[in-house]
Design a protein around this ligand. Structure first.
Ligand code: ARG
Length: 402
């Protein structure tokens, strides 16, 4: 053990995490703060900003590349068709990955505590701490614990001459990773305000662009090839973000119910997520039975909720994935989607596991399985709705007797 009390801070170089550095030393009495920035696919300039700010603060900043791991988790979420109230969980899924990576650095560097710059209103504090509180280290949330506001932070930074002006934080609060780009704040906080076009960075206004087809190949529920070419998770997501983003695919403007109950207006961009989720669901439509599809919606919804909460590391999620994995063994095949005018829709699907049978659907051959013929449906048709008819008759008779 070292004799300096060291704390590892989730560091982005933004206002919140920057003011955390002197506060951790002065208010919390730590001898040394180390920063950790985890790469889950943020734009290059965010790393430059983190590095510059860390240097100006005299803080050693560790950068951990977790893109591959995060991309794999995103693809795992596709098997569960995971969205929460319409949002494909980019920020949410990234948090446990980031938290684990910071914990690893903290343990390596003999830190006694972990800190984040999240406020007490959002989801991220809960997602980070769900991971960290499973470790022997102390957990510190200066912004929440000291009740800081953005205004106070700006003032404090000015007084202390902290390096915050050159930051990339514009009018909006943006969180970007491979799976989604979230835009919050400023006039967007009013749900009645129509967003300006400049909030979007990944998606282009789709007017006039010619439609494009994309073919995705799945193996056991996982996308493995794009237009017939094998491709790894990170490259697949990056390519589709660009390709589908050019058609304006994957914009979401929604009201989101946060974990603590707060309702917020959120804007997201997630072109690759939209394409992969659309294609995956289309393939499930071809290969899964009706009852599997119906029940899987409930499983998927539970998975999504746990994903949103940052609680995918649990026996419950393992159990949900038991069902999911057992269905995914047949989710093998290809789907073609059409990108056009801000939309992505499946236009073709193929699989050796297709439950669909052309001869059964068209009655070209009468003998499908077990010699079923059209006339066999007569008995079924006679019974269909039988109980409702009984009930309706009972209601009618009872009224007559009133
Ligand atoms: N509300 C979203 C979530 O909890 C994303 C928030 C991202 N943060 C931001 N500053 N834009 O998953």
């Amino acid at each position: 053990m070292s004799d300096t009390d060291r704390v590892a801070l989730a560091f982005s170089g933004g206002l919140d995490t920057t003011v955390c550095v002197p506060l951790l030393e002065e208010e919390y009495g730590y001898d040394e703060v180390i920063g950790v920035t985890v790469d889950v696919g943020q734009p290059e300039k965010e790393f430059a900003e983190a590095e510059e700010t860390a240097e100006a603060l005299g803080v050693e900043n560790y950068v951990v590349d977790a893109r591959e791991e995060f991309a794999q988790l995103c693809l795992r979420s596709v098997k569960a068709n995971a969205t929460y109230q319409g949002y494909p969980l980019g920020t949410a899924l990234a948090r446990p990955v980031i938290a684990e990576a910071i914990l690893d650095v903290a343990l390596e560097q003999d830190c006694t505590a972990l800190a984040h710059g999240c406020t007490g209103k959002g989801n991220d504090q809960l997602r980070f701490e769900a991971v960290w509180r499973n470790s022997p280290l102390d957990v510190i949330a200066p912004v929440r614990e000291l009740g800081l506001t953005r205004e106070w932070e700006k003032e404090y930074a000015l007084e202390r001459d902290l390096p915050v002006e050159g930051g990339s934080e514009g009018r909006y609060s943006v969180d970007t990773n491979l799976w989604s780009r979230s835009i919050e704040g400023s006039e967007l906080e009013d749900p009645a305000t129509i967003p300006e076009d400049d909030i979007y960075d990944w998606t282009t206004n789709p007017s006039g662009k010619e439609a494009e087809l994309v073919e995705i190949t799945f193996e056991a529920g996982e996308p493995v090839a794009l237009d017939g070419e094998d491709i790894g998770p990170v490259a697949l997501i990056e390519t589709l973000n660009e390709q589908a983003g050019a058609h304006g695919v994957g914009r979401t403007d929604m009201m989101e119910d946060r974990m603590l109950g707060l309702k917020v207006r959120e804007n997201y961009e997630h072109p690759a997520a939209t394409v992969l989720l659309t294609a995956h669901e289309a393939l499930e439509g071809l290969v899964l039975t009706q009852e599997e599809r119906q029940f899987k919606q409930q499983i998927d919804q539970q998975w999504s909720l746990k994903g949103y909460q940052g609680l995918i590391d649990s026996p419950f999620v393992d159990a949900l994935e038991g069902f999911i994995e057992s269905t995914q063994s047949r989710v093998t095949g290809t789907v073609t989607v059409k990108l056009e005018g801000g939309h992505c829709r499946p236009v073709a699907r193929e699989s050796d596991y297709a439950v669909y049978s052309e001869s059964a659907a068209s009655f070209d051959e009468e003998d499908v399985i077990g010699g079923i013929t059209q006339e066999d449906a007569t008995g079924v048709a006679k019974y269909h709705g039988f109980q409702s008819r009984l009930a309706n008759r009972a209601i009618e008779n009872a009224r007559k007797n009133e």
